[in-house]
Design a protein around this ligand. Structure first.
Ligand SMILES: [Zn+2]
Length: 79
């Protein structure tokens, strides 16, 4: 079960060389596609690599540490 959704904004352990460290999730699945919000460059990470590198996620206007994040729908029953 993936707790990340397309459109989520996240930060990684290391920012992009352009200086930005905000990424939008464009695709989820076995591989995760991310877009740097600084320069619009797109990268692919394997899901495992992504899970290792992701640090925080933007929920509303708050950055939530990924260790505390259970997914937006964690209060609801599984579909
Ligand atoms: Zn960039």
């Amino acid at each position: 079960m993936l707790k990340y959704e397309v459109g989520d904004i996240i930060t990684l352990k290391k920012g992009h060389p352009c200086g930005e460290n905000k990424w939008e999730i464009l695709r989820t699945g076995v591989d995760i596609k991310l877009k740097c919000l600084g320069c619009d460059r797109q990268i692919w990470l394997t899901r495992i690599e992504f899970e290792k590198r992701v640090r925080k996620i933007l929920v509303g206007e708050k950055w939530i540490s990924i260790v505390h994040y259970k997914g937006k729908d964690h209060d609801h029953t599984e579909e």
